[in-house]
Design a protein around this ligand. Structure first.
Ligand code: FCB
Length: 451
């Protein structure tokens, strides 16, 4: 048996998002978000589930922090709900909203846990969507104002921030695929949204720096290992283009002030890019957050709506070779190794935090109330071993955040998927640490494990 070790000072944490756990959707002056509107619209979320109550973490956060402490966590990735701070997406801050997050942060600090907030994990104020949402250029400035408010208010106690969670996912799923809020199905809206989000990332970065000069700022990017479906030059080219769109579309503009070469013909006009914008999208991020679950097979296609010459083979997510989670996603630990090595070598060994990685299995409490979920332990063993290997091979990874602390509202899937290290009984809100949570606690405590 070999011992898997992580560098001294490595951060062990879990990740959550406001809409998925907080509930209290109308409390303390909070405005409506696009996810409130979407989940309240019949037919959008499985079984009509909503985040109105979710895990009730808005009220039970002290209990959640106590669980993190019991699990030896040293970092807590959570997100701040924009409509709690600016109910309509602009104007003066709602003090009660800021006070709530001050209490959360203080509770974490008292427990010796690093607060690691994301400013935007998908809950846009509905009022801004009513004015055009992310495809509308003004939204970038609105977002920078919000970022400034939050960092000015919390910057005395929070040092490490993420601007966005998975910009690639919320623009694509929200504006083109229509399966997430706001549920639009419009390719041009997606293209414009992607550019406005890049502008917002640059503007927010500068506003945050100005508000707090020693803020450490990144974004949590969704990433996947892009694999050619067949061993042909055309599929290899297609996979490379997909890598640039899926993994680099919000990274390359920030770090290098340009869009990666993903399309045969760049859709710059359709994206609404103006002269001078490529300077505005720049944001010299202090670290890169990587969210990764599995890999993606890509094949060449003669024609496709984006003019990429590529098509990702979805469903099930990932390939067919590895075991599947209960969500049908392929378990493929090498995906995280490959992406870490690729990003490290292409971007000069940036500081990386794994900001999400995890799996949905439905195992519930047995007669004695114990949640035995050995497949989740196997999942984490595999992926953590791959992260450790990437670190040995040169990737500068500083922390790992399991998705997620609690079973929670899994977007369009409602409560039908369970990604938590902690079981939640949604009728009562009761929480039970799963066996995987106990195992993860020992990894955090020992900064490693026996392979
Ligand atoms: C990611 C999201 C996160 C969660 C996991 C399963 O794409 O960032 O909120 O839903 O997937």
């Amino acid at each position: 048996m070999a011992r898997i070790r992580f560098p001294d000072g490595f951060h062990w944490g879990t990740a959550t998002a406001s809409y998925q756990i907080e509930g209290a959707w109308q409390e303390d002056g909070k405005g409506e978000s696009i996810w409130d509107r979407f989940s309240h619209t019949p037919g959008k979320v499985r079984h009509g589930a909503t985040g109105d109550v979710a895990c009730d973490s808005y009220h039970r956060f002290a209990e959640d922090v106590a669980l993190m402490r019991e699990m030896n966590q040293t970092s807590c990735r959570f997100s701040i709900a924009w409509p709690r701070i600016q109910p309509n997406g602009s104007g003066a801050a709602n003090t009660k909203g800021l006070d709530h997050y001050r209490r959360v942060v203080d509770c974490l600090l008292d427990a010796g846990i690093r607060p690691f907030p994301t400013l935007y994990h998908w809950d846009l104020p509905q009022a801004l969507e009513d004015c055009g949402g992310w495809p509308e250029r003004d939204t970038a400035g609105r977002f920078a104002d919000y970022a400034e408010i939050v960092v000015s208010a919390l910057g005395d106690r929070v040092k490490n921030w993420m601007i966005f969670n998975e910009p690639g996912v919320f623009t694509l799923f929200g504006y083109w695929a229509g399966i997430h809020a706001p549920g639009r199905r419009d390719l041009d809206a997606f293209l414009r949204a992607s550019h406005v989000v890049n502008l917002a990332q640059g503007e927010a970065f500068r506003a945050m720096r100005a508000a707090c000069s020693d803020a450490v700022i990144g974004t949590a990017f969704s990433m996947t290992a892009c694999v050619p479906a067949r061993d042909t030059a055309q599929d290899q080219d297609a996979a490379e283009r997909w890598h640039r769109l899926a993994n680099l579309w919000f990274l390359e503009p920030a770090l290098r002030g340009r869009y990666p070469d993903a399309f045969a013909e760049e859709p710059f006009e359709r994206m609404g890019i103006r002269d001078g914008d490529l300077a505005l999208v720049r944001a010299p991020l202090d670290f890169l957050g990587i969210n990764l679950y599995t890999r993606t097979f890509v094949e060449h296609r003669e024609s496709d709506p984006l003019g990429m010459g590529a098509r990702a083979l979805f469903g099930p997510v990932g390939g067919k070779q590895g075991p599947k989670t209960d969500f049908g996603w392929e378990v493929w630990p090498d995906a995280i190794y490959d992406v870490l090595i690729r990003i490290s070598s292409d971007y000069g060994r940036p500081i990386i935090e794994i900001t999400e990685n995890g799996c949905s299995y439905l195992d519930g409490p047995d007669a004695r109330g114990v949640v035995r979920d050995p497949r989740r332990i196997d999942f984490y063993r595999g992926y953590l071993e791959a992260v450790a290997r990437a670190i040995d091979d040169g990737a500068d990874v500083r922390g790992y955040h399991a998705w997620t602390l609690l079973d929670n509202f899994e977007w369009a899937e409602g409560y039908e998927q369970r990604f938590g290290l902690v079981w939640v009984d949604f009728a009562t809100g009761d929480r039970t640490i799963k066996e995987s949570g106990r195992w993860y606690a020992s990894v955090a405590d020992e900064n490693g494990f026996e392979a």
